[in-house]
Ligand binder design. Structure first.
Ligand SMILES: NC(=O)c1ccc[n+]([C@@H]2O[C@H](COP(=O)([O-])OP(=O)(O)OC[C@H]3O[C@@H](n4cnc5c(N)ncnc54)[C@H](O)[C@@H]3O)[C@@H](O)[C@H]2O)c1
Length: 271
């Protein structure tokens, strides 16, 4: 790996580390020499993830916090401060869709459950904003760093049924751009904020929506593949290139962007 893209020894905090994409990213970044802090809300799961992948070559550290709970994040910040003194990268991966914030074909918005909408906004939007706000002083120690939010195809192109999650991820896009400007003007032009917008990756969140028990595509799965010019779902390792670029100095003039990794879904008009 060239020096330009190096993440060697960078302190990278990743929320949602025990999820499908989170585990893949944690293992990858550790394999590239980063000091990865795997953050999750379930202590047992975080510890078992770290035990599975830590060895003499891989430096992975556990950190327990719910991304929607300010107090837990303050505690996490104190631990980061004691153990590392600063951080270089924050990846806000914790998030996801929620069944209760979906409008089924038989429903209308009259059936929308407001408390479920609040929950999905809280997890995806506040669950990214609060870690940024809480950990900001750790970036300001040497006035630079990279914050990577996770958006979705549902942000820029509203997806049928997906009411709450789409709105929450659209708010992430706006927040990403807004913070990029805010940090340049008030804190440091070297503190960058960008987002990755993954297309469709088969994970536990969407497996039953996209595939049947026998592995065949559901109608929804077929519609997604038909709208993905590359004709398939993504594999978690196909996020690593953009991730490494955003973590490294190779992207040091890049801020306020939302980068699709989607097999062409976002560019395709369907005709
Ligand atoms: N899988 C896809 O196709 C896809 C596409 C676009 C965007 N994304 C986004 O990528 C991210 C990771 O998704 P994934 O597919 O790996 O899903 P996942 O469900 O496997 O992982 C989500 C992780 O977030 C954690 N989490 C949930 N609530 C939390 C909370 N309050 N505090 C701390 N952690 C919490 C979960 O425990 C889990 O580890 C999510 O933000 C998701 O919206 C996924």
């Amino acid at each position: 790996m060239s020096e330009l893209f190096s993440v060697d020894d960078k302190i990278i905090v990743i929320s949602g580390a025990t999820g499908v994409l989170g585990q893949a990213m944690t293992v990858y970044l550790a394999s590239q020499g980063a000091r990865v802090v795997a953050m999750g809300r379930n202590e047992d799961k975080v510890k078992s993830l770290v035990a599975d992948i830590s060895d003499t070559r891989h430096k992975v550290f556990p950190l327990v916090a719910n991304v929607t709970k300010q107090q837990e994040l303050e505690q996490a910040k104190a631990e980061l401060e004691v153990n590392f003194g600063k951080i270089d990268v924050l990846i806000n991966l914790a998030g996801g869709n929620m069944a209760g914030a979906v409008i089924t074909p038989e429903q209308t918005i009259m059936d929308a459950k407001i408390n479920e909408l609040e929950k999905v906004m809280e997890l995806n939007y506040l669950g990214s904003f609060l870690p940024i706000k809480t950990f900001l002083p750790l970036f300001l120690k040497d006035l630079k760093g990279s914050i990577i939010n996770i958006s979705s195809m549902a942000a820029q192109r509203p997806i049928t049924r997906v009411l709450g999650y789409g709105s929450a991820k659209a708010a992430i896009d706006n927040l990403t751009k807004w913070l990029a400007i805010e940090f340049c003007s008030k804190h440091s032009a070297e503190l960058r904020v960008n987002a990755i917008a993954p297309g469709f990756f088969l994970t536990e969140q969407n497996r039953t929506l996209l595939t049947a028990k026998d592995g065949q595509l559901t109608k929804r799965g077929q519609q997604i593949i038909a709208n993905t010019p590359m004709g398939r779902f993504g594999n978690p390792d196909e996020l690593f290139g953009v991730l490494q670029w955003l973590c490294s100095d190779a992207s040091k003039f890049v801020t306020g962007t939302i980068i699709p990794v989607d097999g062409g879904f976002n560019a395709y008009s369907g005709v």
